[in-house]
Design a protein around this ligand. Sequence first.
Ligand code: PEP
Ligand code: MG
Length: 570
Amino acid sequence: MSEKISGIAASAGIAIAKAFILENPELIIEKKTVENTGLEVERFSAAVEKAKGELQVIKENALKELGEDKAAIFAAHLLVLEDPELIDAVKTKIQNENVNAESAMDEISGMFISMFEQMDNEYMKERAADIRDVSKRVLAHLLGVQFSSPATISEEVVIIAEDLTPSDTAQLNRKFVLGFATDIGGRTSHSAIMSRSMEIPAVVGTKTVTEKISSGTLLIIDGLDGEVIVDPSNEELDLYKKKQEEYKAQKAEWAKLVNEQTTTADGHHAELAANIGTPQDVKGVLENGAEGVGLYRTEFLYMGRDQLPTEEEQFKAYKEVLEKMEGKPVVIRTLDIGGDKELPYLDLPKEMNPFLGFRAIRLCLEQQEIFRTQLRALLRASAYGNLKIMFPMIATLVEFRSAKQVLLEEKEKLVKEGVSVSENIEIGIMVEIPSTAVLSDRFAKEVDFFSIGTNDLIQYTMAADRMNERVSYLYQPYNPAILRLIRMVITAAHKEGKWVGMCGEMAGDPIAIPILLGLGLDEFSMSATSVLPARSQLSKLSKAEAEKHVDTILNMDTAEDVVKFVNENF
Ligand code: PEP
Ligand code: MG
Protein backbone atom coordinates (compact mmCIF):
# COMPACT_ATOMS: atom_id res chain seq x y z
CA MET A 1 0.00 0.00 0.00
CA SER A 2 1.28 3.37 -0.85
CA GLU A 3 1.33 6.19 1.65
CA LYS A 4 1.00 9.95 1.15
CA ILE A 5 3.04 12.38 3.24
CA SER A 6 2.00 16.02 3.09
CA GLY A 7 4.30 18.99 3.23
CA ILE A 8 4.82 22.42 1.73
CA ALA A 9 5.07 22.65 -2.06
CA ALA A 10 8.47 24.29 -2.44
CA SER A 11 9.30 23.86 -6.11
CA ALA A 12 6.88 22.95 -8.89
CA GLY A 13 7.03 19.74 -10.91
CA ILE A 14 6.77 15.99 -10.45
CA ALA A 15 9.75 13.71 -9.84
CA ILE A 16 9.65 9.92 -9.76
CA ALA A 17 12.71 7.98 -8.56
CA LYS A 18 14.18 5.93 -5.75
CA ALA A 19 14.94 7.53 -2.39
CA PHE A 20 18.45 8.48 -1.39
CA ILE A 21 18.64 9.19 2.31
CA LEU A 22 21.02 11.98 3.14
CA GLU A 23 22.25 11.45 6.66
CA ASN A 24 24.53 13.45 8.85
CA PRO A 25 24.58 11.40 12.03
CA GLU A 26 26.17 12.37 15.28
CA LEU A 27 29.23 10.26 16.02
CA ILE A 28 29.52 8.97 19.56
CA ILE A 29 33.03 7.89 20.45
CA GLU A 30 33.81 5.68 23.41
CA LYS A 31 37.32 4.94 24.56
CA LYS A 32 37.94 1.18 24.96
CA THR A 33 40.93 -1.04 25.72
CA VAL A 34 41.84 -3.54 23.01
CA GLU A 35 43.90 -6.70 23.39
CA ASN A 36 44.85 -7.36 19.79
CA THR A 37 46.34 -4.06 18.64
CA GLY A 38 47.48 -5.59 15.33
CA LEU A 39 43.88 -6.31 14.38
CA GLU A 40 42.80 -2.85 15.52
CA VAL A 41 45.42 -1.20 13.31
CA GLU A 42 44.14 -3.29 10.40
CA ARG A 43 40.59 -2.21 11.13
CA PHE A 44 41.79 1.41 11.13
CA SER A 45 43.66 0.99 7.82
CA ALA A 46 40.59 -0.57 6.22
CA ALA A 47 38.44 2.41 7.28
CA VAL A 48 41.01 4.81 5.86
CA GLU A 49 41.04 2.91 2.56
CA LYS A 50 37.24 3.00 2.36
CA ALA A 51 37.23 6.73 3.00
CA LYS A 52 39.86 7.21 0.31
CA GLY A 53 37.88 5.21 -2.24
CA GLU A 54 34.80 7.28 -1.47
CA LEU A 55 36.64 10.57 -1.74
CA GLN A 56 38.12 9.51 -5.06
CA VAL A 57 34.61 8.99 -6.48
CA ILE A 58 33.35 12.25 -5.01
CA LYS A 59 36.33 14.13 -6.38
CA GLU A 60 35.84 12.78 -9.90
CA ASN A 61 32.13 13.51 -9.76
CA ALA A 62 32.73 17.02 -8.52
CA LEU A 63 35.27 17.65 -11.25
CA LYS A 64 32.84 16.54 -13.95
CA GLU A 65 29.72 18.21 -12.65
CA LEU A 66 30.63 21.01 -10.29
CA GLY A 67 33.96 22.37 -11.50
CA GLU A 68 37.54 22.48 -10.40
CA ASP A 69 37.20 24.56 -7.24
CA LYS A 70 34.73 22.12 -5.66
CA ALA A 71 36.86 19.14 -6.73
CA ALA A 72 39.91 20.74 -5.11
CA ILE A 73 38.25 20.47 -1.68
CA PHE A 74 38.10 16.70 -2.03
CA ALA A 75 41.64 16.49 -3.40
CA ALA A 76 42.77 18.25 -0.22
CA HIS A 77 40.81 15.72 1.83
CA LEU A 78 42.58 12.86 0.07
CA LEU A 79 45.93 14.43 0.88
CA VAL A 80 45.04 14.44 4.59
CA LEU A 81 44.46 10.68 4.42
CA GLU A 82 47.84 10.22 2.81
CA ASP A 83 49.65 12.22 5.44
CA PRO A 84 51.85 9.84 7.49
CA GLU A 85 52.10 12.34 10.35
CA LEU A 86 48.45 11.89 11.06
CA ILE A 87 47.89 8.28 10.03
CA ASP A 88 51.05 6.87 11.66
CA ALA A 89 50.36 8.79 14.84
CA VAL A 90 46.97 7.07 15.13
CA LYS A 91 48.51 3.64 14.54
CA THR A 92 51.24 4.28 17.12
CA LYS A 93 48.67 5.38 19.66
CA ILE A 94 46.65 2.18 19.13
CA GLN A 95 49.77 0.04 19.56
CA ASN A 96 51.35 1.88 22.47
CA GLU A 97 48.24 2.57 24.49
CA ASN A 98 46.04 -0.45 23.65
CA VAL A 99 43.13 1.83 22.70
CA ASN A 100 40.44 1.37 20.06
CA ALA A 101 40.88 2.96 16.63
CA GLU A 102 37.93 5.36 17.04
CA SER A 103 39.27 7.02 20.15
CA ALA A 104 42.85 7.11 18.79
CA MET A 105 41.67 8.78 15.57
CA ASP A 106 39.44 11.18 17.46
CA GLU A 107 42.20 12.28 19.84
CA ILE A 108 44.98 12.58 17.28
CA SER A 109 42.84 14.43 14.73
CA GLY A 110 41.54 16.67 17.52
CA MET A 111 45.13 17.54 18.39
CA PHE A 112 45.96 18.43 14.79
CA ILE A 113 42.75 20.44 14.42
CA SER A 114 43.46 22.64 17.44
CA MET A 115 47.09 23.03 16.39
CA PHE A 116 46.12 24.27 12.90
CA GLU A 117 43.29 26.41 14.22
CA GLN A 118 45.67 28.34 16.43
CA MET A 119 48.00 29.24 13.57
CA ASP A 120 47.94 32.75 12.27
CA ASN A 121 48.09 31.73 8.67
CA GLU A 122 44.72 31.50 6.85
CA TYR A 123 45.87 28.57 4.72
CA MET A 124 46.81 26.55 7.79
CA LYS A 125 43.52 27.36 9.47
CA GLU A 126 41.69 25.88 6.50
CA ARG A 127 43.62 22.64 6.95
CA ALA A 128 41.83 22.30 10.31
CA ALA A 129 38.49 22.19 8.47
CA ASP A 130 39.83 19.54 6.07
CA ILE A 131 41.06 17.34 8.93
CA ARG A 132 37.72 17.70 10.72
CA ASP A 133 35.81 16.54 7.64
CA VAL A 134 38.13 13.67 6.84
CA SER A 135 38.27 12.43 10.40
CA LYS A 136 34.46 12.38 10.50
CA ARG A 137 34.43 10.25 7.37
CA VAL A 138 36.92 7.72 8.78
CA LEU A 139 35.16 7.62 12.14
CA ALA A 140 31.83 6.95 10.43
CA HIS A 141 33.37 3.88 8.75
CA LEU A 142 34.87 2.67 12.01
CA LEU A 143 31.54 3.04 13.79
CA GLY A 144 29.62 1.50 10.90
CA VAL A 145 27.48 4.62 10.64
CA GLN A 146 26.01 5.67 7.30
CA PHE A 147 27.51 9.00 6.25
CA SER A 148 26.28 10.24 2.93
CA SER A 149 27.28 13.16 0.80
CA PRO A 150 25.19 14.56 -2.06
CA ALA A 151 28.30 14.75 -4.20
CA THR A 152 28.58 10.91 -4.23
CA ILE A 153 25.29 10.40 -6.06
CA SER A 154 25.72 8.89 -9.51
CA GLU A 155 22.26 7.56 -10.42
CA GLU A 156 18.81 9.13 -10.66
CA VAL A 157 17.35 9.62 -7.16
CA VAL A 158 15.18 11.84 -5.04
CA ILE A 159 16.86 13.03 -1.87
CA ILE A 160 15.27 12.60 1.53
CA ALA A 161 16.79 14.57 4.37
CA GLU A 162 15.92 16.20 7.63
CA ASP A 163 17.03 19.45 6.03
CA LEU A 164 19.29 20.30 3.14
CA THR A 165 21.78 22.95 4.06
CA PRO A 166 22.50 25.46 1.33
CA SER A 167 25.96 23.92 1.00
CA ASP A 168 24.41 20.45 0.50
CA THR A 169 22.19 21.99 -2.14
CA ALA A 170 25.20 23.60 -3.79
CA GLN A 171 26.73 20.13 -4.24
CA LEU A 172 23.64 18.59 -5.84
CA ASN A 173 24.10 17.28 -9.30
CA ARG A 174 21.06 18.28 -11.34
CA LYS A 175 21.56 15.33 -13.68
CA PHE A 176 20.97 12.75 -10.96
CA VAL A 177 18.96 14.54 -8.30
CA LEU A 178 15.43 14.67 -9.69
CA GLY A 179 13.74 16.03 -6.59
CA PHE A 180 13.85 16.23 -2.83
CA ALA A 181 11.77 16.18 0.31
CA THR A 182 12.72 17.33 3.81
CA ASP A 183 11.36 17.17 7.34
CA ILE A 184 11.87 20.84 8.12
CA GLY A 185 11.81 24.16 6.30
CA GLY A 186 9.23 26.36 4.63
CA ARG A 187 8.69 27.93 1.19
CA THR A 188 11.29 30.56 1.93
CA SER A 189 13.99 28.42 3.51
CA HIS A 190 17.07 28.56 1.36
CA SER A 191 16.96 24.93 0.31
CA ALA A 192 13.49 25.64 -1.10
CA ILE A 193 14.70 28.74 -2.89
CA MET A 194 17.66 26.86 -4.37
CA SER A 195 15.41 24.04 -5.53
CA ARG A 196 13.32 26.53 -7.50
CA SER A 197 16.33 28.11 -9.13
CA MET A 198 17.61 24.65 -10.04
CA GLU A 199 14.11 23.70 -11.24
CA ILE A 200 14.10 20.57 -9.07
CA PRO A 201 10.65 19.57 -7.73
CA ALA A 202 10.67 19.74 -3.93
CA VAL A 203 8.43 19.28 -0.92
CA VAL A 204 9.65 20.65 2.42
CA GLY A 205 8.41 20.73 6.00
CA THR A 206 6.87 17.24 5.94
CA LYS A 207 7.99 16.65 9.57
CA THR A 208 8.22 12.86 9.08
CA VAL A 209 9.71 12.05 5.72
CA THR A 210 13.03 10.75 7.08
CA GLU A 211 11.26 8.61 9.65
CA LYS A 212 8.90 7.00 7.16
CA ILE A 213 11.10 6.42 4.13
CA SER A 214 13.98 4.03 3.73
CA SER A 215 16.72 4.12 1.15
CA GLY A 216 15.83 2.71 -2.27
CA THR A 217 12.03 3.04 -1.88
CA LEU A 218 10.28 4.30 -4.99
CA LEU A 219 8.83 7.80 -4.45
CA ILE A 220 6.83 10.42 -6.24
CA ILE A 221 7.62 14.01 -5.24
CA ASP A 222 4.69 16.21 -6.12
CA GLY A 223 6.08 19.73 -5.91
CA LEU A 224 2.82 21.17 -7.24
CA ASP A 225 0.62 20.07 -4.36
CA GLY A 226 3.25 19.43 -1.69
CA GLU A 227 2.97 15.65 -1.40
CA VAL A 228 5.31 12.71 -1.28
CA ILE A 229 3.85 9.38 -2.41
CA VAL A 230 5.73 6.43 -0.95
CA ASP A 231 5.84 3.17 -2.87
CA PRO A 232 3.15 4.19 -5.40
CA SER A 233 0.81 1.66 -7.02
CA ASN A 234 0.75 1.27 -10.80
CA GLU A 235 -2.42 3.36 -10.95
CA GLU A 236 -0.77 6.15 -8.97
CA LEU A 237 2.29 6.00 -11.19
CA ASP A 238 0.06 6.41 -14.25
CA LEU A 239 -1.83 9.25 -12.61
CA TYR A 240 1.31 11.17 -11.70
CA LYS A 241 2.96 10.57 -15.05
CA LYS A 242 -0.14 12.17 -16.55
CA LYS A 243 0.13 15.07 -14.09
CA GLN A 244 3.80 15.41 -15.08
CA GLU A 245 2.79 15.60 -18.75
CA GLU A 246 0.08 18.17 -18.02
CA TYR A 247 2.54 20.34 -16.14
CA LYS A 248 4.93 20.11 -19.10
CA ALA A 249 2.11 21.17 -21.44
CA GLN A 250 1.24 24.11 -19.15
CA LYS A 251 4.89 25.14 -19.20
CA ALA A 252 4.86 24.99 -22.99
CA GLU A 253 1.87 27.38 -22.99
CA TRP A 254 3.67 29.82 -20.72
CA ALA A 255 6.79 29.51 -22.84
CA LYS A 256 4.97 31.30 -25.66
CA LEU A 257 5.21 34.49 -23.57
CA VAL A 258 8.96 34.31 -23.31
CA ASN A 259 9.72 37.16 -25.71
CA GLU A 260 6.71 39.26 -24.77
CA GLN A 261 6.68 42.41 -22.66
CA THR A 262 4.88 42.21 -19.35
CA THR A 263 1.85 44.42 -19.88
CA THR A 264 -1.36 44.52 -17.87
CA ALA A 265 -4.79 44.49 -19.53
CA ASP A 266 -4.89 48.30 -19.22
CA GLY A 267 -1.48 48.77 -20.79
CA HIS A 268 0.76 49.24 -17.75
CA HIS A 269 4.26 47.79 -17.95
CA ALA A 270 5.45 45.85 -14.91
CA GLU A 271 9.07 44.75 -14.73
CA LEU A 272 9.54 41.05 -14.08
CA ALA A 273 13.01 40.02 -12.94
CA ALA A 274 14.44 36.77 -11.58
CA ASN A 275 16.45 35.78 -8.52
CA ILE A 276 19.66 33.81 -8.96
CA GLY A 277 22.22 32.10 -6.74
CA THR A 278 24.98 31.32 -9.24
CA PRO A 279 26.11 32.44 -12.71
CA GLN A 280 24.77 29.12 -14.05
CA ASP A 281 21.26 30.24 -13.08
CA VAL A 282 21.36 32.99 -15.73
CA LYS A 283 20.45 30.36 -18.32
CA GLY A 284 17.10 29.84 -16.56
CA VAL A 285 16.60 33.61 -16.29
CA LEU A 286 16.95 34.06 -20.04
CA GLU A 287 14.98 30.95 -20.94
CA ASN A 288 12.12 32.20 -18.79
CA GLY A 289 12.15 35.64 -20.37
CA ALA A 290 12.94 37.68 -17.25
CA GLU A 291 13.75 41.33 -17.88
CA GLY A 292 16.62 41.44 -15.44
CA VAL A 293 18.12 39.91 -12.33
CA GLY A 294 16.40 41.44 -9.30
CA LEU A 295 18.51 39.58 -6.76
CA TYR A 296 21.79 37.73 -7.09
CA ARG A 297 22.38 36.01 -3.74
CA THR A 298 26.18 36.07 -3.77
CA GLU A 299 26.55 34.01 -0.61
CA PHE A 300 26.34 30.78 -2.61
CA LEU A 301 29.70 31.70 -4.09
CA TYR A 302 31.08 31.45 -0.57
CA MET A 303 29.50 28.07 0.22
CA GLY A 304 30.30 24.43 -0.50
CA ARG A 305 34.02 25.20 -0.25
CA ASP A 306 36.51 25.62 2.56
CA GLN A 307 37.88 29.11 2.13
CA LEU A 308 36.70 32.56 1.09
CA PRO A 309 36.49 33.18 -2.66
CA THR A 310 39.23 35.50 -3.90
CA GLU A 311 38.55 38.90 -5.49
CA GLU A 312 39.44 37.42 -8.87
CA GLU A 313 37.03 34.48 -8.52
CA GLN A 314 34.25 36.84 -7.52
CA PHE A 315 35.05 39.29 -10.28
CA LYS A 316 34.77 36.48 -12.84
CA ALA A 317 31.39 35.35 -11.48
CA TYR A 318 29.89 38.87 -11.40
CA LYS A 319 31.30 39.73 -14.83
CA GLU A 320 29.87 36.52 -16.27
CA VAL A 321 26.38 37.35 -14.99
CA LEU A 322 26.55 40.96 -16.19
CA GLU A 323 27.80 39.98 -19.64
CA LYS A 324 25.26 37.23 -20.10
CA MET A 325 22.46 39.66 -19.15
CA GLU A 326 23.62 41.97 -21.97
CA GLY A 327 22.89 45.34 -20.42
CA LYS A 328 19.70 44.32 -18.64
CA PRO A 329 19.63 45.37 -14.98
CA VAL A 330 21.39 43.07 -12.52
CA VAL A 331 20.98 43.70 -8.80
CA ILE A 332 23.83 42.04 -6.93
CA ARG A 333 23.44 41.74 -3.19
CA THR A 334 26.53 41.82 -1.00
CA LEU A 335 27.24 38.88 1.28
CA ASP A 336 24.22 37.87 3.35
CA ILE A 337 25.67 35.10 5.44
CA GLY A 338 24.06 33.93 8.68
CA GLY A 339 20.62 32.61 9.60
CA ASP A 340 20.35 29.29 7.78
CA LYS A 341 23.35 30.11 5.57
CA GLU A 342 26.50 29.16 7.46
CA LEU A 343 30.14 29.38 6.45
CA PRO A 344 31.91 26.80 8.65
CA TYR A 345 35.33 28.11 7.69
CA LEU A 346 34.64 31.51 9.27
CA ASP A 347 34.46 29.66 12.59
CA LEU A 348 31.81 31.95 14.05
CA PRO A 349 30.47 30.95 17.45
CA LYS A 350 27.04 29.28 17.50
CA GLU A 351 24.29 31.74 18.40
CA MET A 352 21.01 31.29 20.26
CA ASN A 353 19.07 33.20 17.57
CA PRO A 354 21.05 33.07 14.35
CA PHE A 355 18.36 34.90 12.35
CA LEU A 356 18.67 37.80 14.78
CA GLY A 357 22.39 37.55 15.14
CA PHE A 358 25.74 38.52 13.73
CA ARG A 359 25.04 38.24 10.02
CA ALA A 360 24.96 39.91 6.62
CA ILE A 361 25.84 43.62 6.70
CA ARG A 362 26.58 43.38 10.43
CA LEU A 363 29.36 40.90 9.76
CA CYS A 364 30.57 42.76 6.66
CA LEU A 365 30.91 46.05 8.52
CA GLU A 366 32.94 44.37 11.24
CA GLN A 367 35.06 42.00 9.11
CA GLN A 368 35.77 44.62 6.50
CA GLU A 369 38.41 42.70 4.58
CA ILE A 370 35.73 40.24 3.46
CA PHE A 371 33.43 43.13 2.50
CA ARG A 372 36.07 45.19 0.72
CA THR A 373 37.22 42.22 -1.36
CA GLN A 374 33.66 41.69 -2.55
CA LEU A 375 33.08 45.38 -3.26
CA ARG A 376 36.24 45.61 -5.32
CA ALA A 377 35.17 42.59 -7.36
CA LEU A 378 31.75 44.16 -7.90
CA LEU A 379 33.13 47.56 -8.85
CA ARG A 380 35.55 46.02 -11.35
CA ALA A 381 32.72 43.95 -12.84
CA SER A 382 30.50 47.04 -13.14
CA ALA A 383 32.24 47.97 -16.40
CA TYR A 384 30.68 44.92 -18.07
CA GLY A 385 26.95 45.59 -17.73
CA ASN A 386 24.14 47.29 -15.86
CA LEU A 387 25.08 46.67 -12.22
CA LYS A 388 23.13 47.77 -9.17
CA ILE A 389 24.58 47.02 -5.73
CA MET A 390 22.34 46.17 -2.81
CA PHE A 391 23.08 45.80 0.90
CA PRO A 392 21.18 43.13 2.88
CA MET A 393 19.67 43.30 6.37
CA ILE A 394 19.99 47.06 6.78
CA ALA A 395 18.42 48.04 10.12
CA THR A 396 19.57 51.65 10.50
CA LEU A 397 20.60 54.60 8.37
CA VAL A 398 23.98 54.52 10.07
CA GLU A 399 24.58 51.02 8.72
CA PHE A 400 23.60 52.12 5.22
CA ARG A 401 25.85 55.17 5.36
CA SER A 402 28.78 53.11 6.65
CA ALA A 403 28.36 50.45 3.96
CA LYS A 404 28.08 53.12 1.24
CA GLN A 405 31.17 54.85 2.62
CA VAL A 406 33.21 51.64 2.37
CA LEU A 407 31.96 51.15 -1.19
CA LEU A 408 32.94 54.70 -2.17
CA GLU A 409 36.39 54.29 -0.60
CA GLU A 410 37.04 51.15 -2.62
CA LYS A 411 35.73 52.86 -5.75
CA GLU A 412 38.11 55.78 -5.25
CA LYS A 413 41.06 53.44 -4.76
CA LEU A 414 40.24 51.54 -7.95
CA VAL A 415 39.84 54.72 -9.97
CA LYS A 416 43.23 55.91 -8.69
CA GLU A 417 44.71 52.58 -9.79
CA GLY A 418 43.33 53.29 -13.26
CA VAL A 419 40.75 50.49 -13.18
CA SER A 420 37.59 51.27 -15.10
CA VAL A 421 34.48 51.42 -12.94
CA SER A 422 30.97 52.33 -14.11
CA GLU A 423 29.82 55.81 -13.13
CA ASN A 424 26.16 54.78 -12.99
CA ILE A 425 25.97 52.12 -10.31
CA GLU A 426 22.77 52.47 -8.33
CA ILE A 427 23.14 51.70 -4.62
CA GLY A 428 20.12 50.29 -2.84
CA ILE A 429 19.07 48.30 0.15
CA MET A 430 16.92 45.34 1.04
CA VAL A 431 13.94 46.31 3.17
CA GLU A 432 13.57 43.20 5.28
CA ILE A 433 13.72 44.56 8.83
CA PRO A 434 10.60 46.36 10.10
CA SER A 435 12.62 49.33 11.45
CA THR A 436 13.75 50.09 7.91
CA ALA A 437 10.25 49.79 6.48
CA VAL A 438 8.91 52.15 9.15
CA LEU A 439 11.70 54.64 8.49
CA SER A 440 11.57 54.22 4.72
CA ASP A 441 10.77 57.94 4.21
CA ARG A 442 14.19 58.80 5.67
CA PHE A 443 15.99 56.03 3.78
CA ALA A 444 14.30 57.06 0.52
CA LYS A 445 16.24 60.33 0.52
CA GLU A 446 19.59 58.50 0.49
CA VAL A 447 19.21 55.22 -1.40
CA ASP A 448 18.75 54.80 -5.14
CA PHE A 449 16.23 52.00 -4.75
CA PHE A 450 14.57 49.60 -2.35
CA SER A 451 14.02 45.90 -2.78
CA ILE A 452 11.55 44.48 -0.30
CA GLY A 453 12.75 41.18 1.12
CA THR A 454 9.47 39.74 2.29
CA ASN A 455 10.99 36.39 3.24
CA ASP A 456 12.64 38.07 6.19
CA LEU A 457 10.28 41.04 6.56
CA ILE A 458 7.44 38.61 7.31
CA GLN A 459 9.43 36.57 9.80
CA TYR A 460 10.64 39.66 11.67
CA THR A 461 7.27 41.42 11.65
CA MET A 462 5.32 38.38 12.78
CA ALA A 463 8.15 37.07 15.01
CA ALA A 464 7.80 33.68 13.30
CA ASP A 465 10.96 31.84 12.21
CA ARG A 466 10.77 31.20 8.46
CA MET A 467 12.37 27.77 8.98
CA ASN A 468 10.03 26.54 11.69
CA GLU A 469 6.99 24.68 10.35
CA ARG A 470 5.34 24.72 13.79
CA VAL A 471 4.85 28.46 13.56
CA SER A 472 4.27 28.50 9.83
CA TYR A 473 0.64 29.50 10.43
CA LEU A 474 2.01 32.89 11.51
CA TYR A 475 4.09 33.28 8.41
CA GLN A 476 1.44 35.40 6.69
CA PRO A 477 2.35 37.32 3.55
CA TYR A 478 -1.23 38.57 3.21
CA ASN A 479 -1.58 39.83 6.75
CA PRO A 480 -2.70 43.48 6.45
CA ALA A 481 0.21 44.40 8.76
CA ILE A 482 2.67 43.20 6.12
CA LEU A 483 0.70 44.82 3.30
CA ARG A 484 0.69 48.15 5.15
CA LEU A 485 4.45 48.02 5.61
CA ILE A 486 4.83 47.35 1.89
CA ARG A 487 2.59 50.31 1.07
CA MET A 488 4.63 52.51 3.41
CA VAL A 489 7.83 51.62 1.57
CA ILE A 490 6.39 52.11 -1.91
CA THR A 491 4.80 55.46 -1.02
CA ALA A 492 8.01 56.72 0.61
CA ALA A 493 10.15 55.71 -2.37
CA HIS A 494 7.84 57.17 -4.98
CA LYS A 495 7.70 60.45 -3.10
CA GLU A 496 11.45 60.76 -3.60
CA GLY A 497 11.32 59.52 -7.18
CA LYS A 498 12.97 56.18 -6.35
CA TRP A 499 11.93 52.75 -7.59
CA VAL A 500 10.85 49.80 -5.47
CA GLY A 501 11.27 46.13 -6.22
CA MET A 502 10.41 43.05 -4.28
CA CYS A 503 12.73 40.06 -4.28
CA GLY A 504 11.11 37.97 -1.57
CA GLU A 505 9.09 34.96 -2.69
CA MET A 506 5.88 36.95 -2.30
CA ALA A 507 6.67 38.80 -5.55
CA GLY A 508 5.84 35.70 -7.58
CA ASP A 509 2.84 34.61 -5.54
CA PRO A 510 -0.40 34.65 -7.58
CA ILE A 511 -2.46 35.82 -4.58
CA ALA A 512 -0.07 38.68 -3.83
CA ILE A 513 0.50 39.85 -7.41
CA PRO A 514 -2.81 41.74 -7.85
CA ILE A 515 -2.31 43.51 -4.50
CA LEU A 516 1.29 44.45 -5.30
CA LEU A 517 0.21 45.74 -8.69
CA GLY A 518 -2.42 47.90 -6.98
CA LEU A 519 0.16 49.16 -4.49
CA GLY A 520 2.37 50.35 -7.35
CA LEU A 521 5.34 47.98 -7.01
CA ASP A 522 7.77 48.75 -9.85
CA GLU A 523 9.74 45.52 -10.13
CA PHE A 524 8.76 41.96 -9.23
CA SER A 525 11.73 39.63 -8.79
CA MET A 526 11.07 35.93 -8.32
CA SER A 527 12.26 32.41 -9.04
CA ALA A 528 12.88 32.21 -12.78
CA THR A 529 10.22 29.53 -13.14
CA SER A 530 7.57 31.89 -11.77
CA VAL A 531 8.23 34.64 -14.34
CA LEU A 532 6.09 33.29 -17.18
CA PRO A 533 3.12 32.32 -14.99
CA ALA A 534 3.29 35.83 -13.47
CA ARG A 535 3.44 37.43 -16.92
CA SER A 536 0.41 35.45 -17.96
CA GLN A 537 -1.46 36.51 -14.81
CA LEU A 538 -0.52 40.19 -15.10
CA SER A 539 -1.65 40.34 -18.72
CA LYS A 540 -5.17 39.57 -17.49
CA LEU A 541 -5.18 42.13 -14.64
CA SER A 542 -5.98 45.83 -14.79
CA LYS A 543 -3.79 48.14 -12.73
CA ALA A 544 -6.55 50.72 -12.36
CA GLU A 545 -8.92 48.05 -11.04
CA ALA A 546 -6.30 46.74 -8.63
CA GLU A 547 -5.66 50.27 -7.31
CA LYS A 548 -9.35 50.68 -6.53
CA HIS A 549 -9.29 47.66 -4.20
CA VAL A 550 -6.16 48.57 -2.25
CA ASP A 551 -7.81 50.57 0.55
CA THR A 552 -10.42 47.90 1.13
CA ILE A 553 -7.74 45.20 1.35
CA LEU A 554 -5.44 47.13 3.68
CA ASN A 555 -8.34 47.83 6.00
CA MET A 556 -9.16 44.18 6.50
CA ASP A 557 -8.67 42.35 9.79
CA THR A 558 -7.00 39.12 8.80
CA ALA A 559 -4.93 37.40 6.15
CA GLU A 560 -7.83 35.01 5.53
CA ASP A 561 -10.13 37.95 4.69
CA VAL A 562 -7.55 39.22 2.20
CA VAL A 563 -7.20 35.85 0.46
CA LYS A 564 -10.98 35.49 0.19
CA PHE A 565 -11.31 38.99 -1.26
CA VAL A 566 -8.55 38.43 -3.83
CA ASN A 567 -10.04 35.12 -4.92
CA GLU A 568 -13.45 36.71 -5.36
CA ASN A 569 -12.41 39.96 -7.01
CA PHE A 570 -9.46 39.25 -9.30
C1 PEP B 1 14.27 38.09 1.69
O1 PEP B 1 14.56 38.11 2.89
O2 PEP B 1 13.11 38.30 1.27
C2 PEP B 1 15.28 37.83 0.67
C3 PEP B 1 15.01 37.95 -0.61
O3 PEP B 1 16.50 37.42 1.10
P1 PEP B 1 16.85 35.93 1.55
O4 PEP B 1 15.68 35.06 1.18
O5 PEP B 1 18.09 35.54 0.85
O6 PEP B 1 17.00 36.08 3.02
MG1 MG C 1 16.60 38.10 3.56
